[in-house]
Design a protein around this ligand. Structure first.
Ligand SMILES: Cc1cc2nc3c(=O)[nH]c(=O)nc-3n(C[C@H](O)[C@H](O)[C@H](O)COP(=O)(O)O)c2cc1C
Length: 228
């Protein structure tokens, strides 16, 4: 049975677009496979401790018996997060855009994992080559020609980490203008927003089906072991 790892970083539960699209993608892949095990990691509503990153970074240079409790806890959390990822066959990351940049909770999650040898930059990560889906949502619009073109300082970093550092085989579903419905100044963009949402949902459905086909056909990749 395939294991799908799903991470949610939205700071809201009700009304979350990334969660709703991830639900659709998850349902589509589970339906395609017939059966799957889902591992969930919630970091938006239950953030990781902010002391864990420094603990994991500095504790890793200390003999175990000399670590502070913060360092031991940071290292234990980094192991736990790395184990979760290593055990999965495919990934769904549902991560919004906040304050013109990345989710602080996802940044904290990545920082902790980058302190763990299996996910540290500079060598083949243990998840290299495995399929992953990134779902991201933005309240405004940032495409060419829009007043804030170039202000999306989040999506490229998400891609950099997932695609280039962890070498996941990544597909990205983006949904823009999610605030149009509740923002009077964006009233004229509501039609486009609805179209964006419908396209994102269709991509989720489609990507879920193709992910299921891939998982049913292929064994889990272990490029890290092959590189050793
Ligand atoms: C605190 C906060 C800051 C946000 N900052 C931005 C922003 O800078 N630009 C933008 O386009 N949308 C911004 N948004 C809107 C979110 O990107 C949008 O609501 C998105 O749909 C959030 O994902 P979710 O629906 O899964 O919660 C912000 C939302 C919140 C709650």
């Amino acid at each position: 049975m395939s294991t799908i790892f799903r991470l949610d970083a939205s700071i809201r539960d009700t009304g979350s677009v990334t969660r709703a699209i991830a639900d659709r993608l998850q349902a589509s892949v589970v339906a395609g496979l017939g059966n799957a095990s889902i591992t969930r990691r919630e970091i938006g509503l239950s953030p990781l401790p902010s002391t864990a990153w420094a603990g994991a970074v500095f504790g890793s240079h200390m003999p175990a018996e000399q670590r502070t409790s913060q360092q031991s806890e940071g290292i234990a959390l980094a192991h736990e997060l790395a184990d979760e990822l290593e055990a999965a066959d495919a990934y769904i990351f549902a991560v919004p855009f906040y304050n013109f940049g990345v989710s602080q909770h996802f940044k904290a999650y990545v920082d902790i994992l980058l302190a763990e040898p299996r996910f540290a930059p500079g060598k083949t990560p243990v998840v290299a080559g495995r399929p992953a889906q990134l779902i991201t949502a933005r309240g405004g619009g940032y495409g060419p020609g829009s007043p804030r073109y170039g202000w999306d300082h989040g999506t490229a970093w998400y891609r950099r980490v997932l695609e280039d550092i962890w070498q996941l085989e990544l597909e990205v579903i983006e949904c823009e203008l999610t605030l149009a419905e509740v923002t009077p100044a964006m009233e004229g963009l509501r039609g486009l927003a609805a179209e964006n949402l419908s396209n994102a949902n269709a991509s989720a459905q489609r990507n879920g089906r193709s992910l299921a086909r891939r998982l049913a056909a292929a064994p889990v990749l272990d490029l890290a072991a092959q590189a050793r």
